[in-house]
Design a protein around this ligand. Structure first.
Ligand SMILES: [Zn+2]
Length: 170
């Protein structure tokens, strides 16, 4: 894995990624830990249906996804979930509207940098299925899918496929 070609400290090319966790410069000893990034995903439910977004950007453009995103510095996971839902769907949620489900590791390749994430899943049960996209640049469309009709092959990210497959598809 060589997505950094040069040591950011001394410019050496003797730069290795020995254990998929840290970059190490053999010349000056500079070390950079490529730590796991935390992200949230929200599973909206209505009756026997689950809400998916259809991605409008890579990675996995055109595949089914869930609302959510990366957690910013100094945010709680619940705050990040509420912020992302406001940005993507224009809805105002409170942290207490979210029910924790589980976590699942994911890979997120962005501009050739292979981020590794820990996705934190919440469920939010809705009283209506009327819901709209606020971030058309990120989301092509929203689809409500009956649990029995969920096609796991349409889901792009391995973490989401696993959690939906374990907890939501029938
Ligand atoms: Zn160096």
């Amino acid at each position: 894995m060589t997505f950094f070609k040069f040591c950011p400290s001394c410019g050496s090319t003797h730069f290795t990624f020995p254990d998929n966790r840290r970059f190490l410069c053999d010349d000056c000893g500079f070390t950079y830990y490529h730590n796991i990034a935390a992200a949230v995903a929200i599973i909206f439910t209505f009756e026997d249906k689950v809400l998916f977004t259809v991605r409008n950007v890579d990675p996995d453009k055109g595949k089914w996804d869930l609302p959510g995103g990366f957690i910013d510095p100094d945010e709680t996971a619940e705050e990040a979930a509420c912020r992302e839902i406001k940005e993507e769907l224009g809805m105002n949620l409170k942290p207490s509207d979210l029910k924790y489900i589980t976590t699942s590791p994911n890979n997120y390749l962005y501009k050739n940098v292979p981020y590794r994430t820990m996705d934190i899943f919440y469920e939010c049960s809705l009283a209506s299925d009327v819901i709209q996209v606020a971030a058309e640049d990120e989301i092509q469309e929203l689809i409500w899918v009956k649990r029995a009709a969920i096609d796991l092959n349409q889901i792009g990210f391995v973490s989401i496929r696993k959690v939906i497959g374990t907890y939501y598809s029938v």
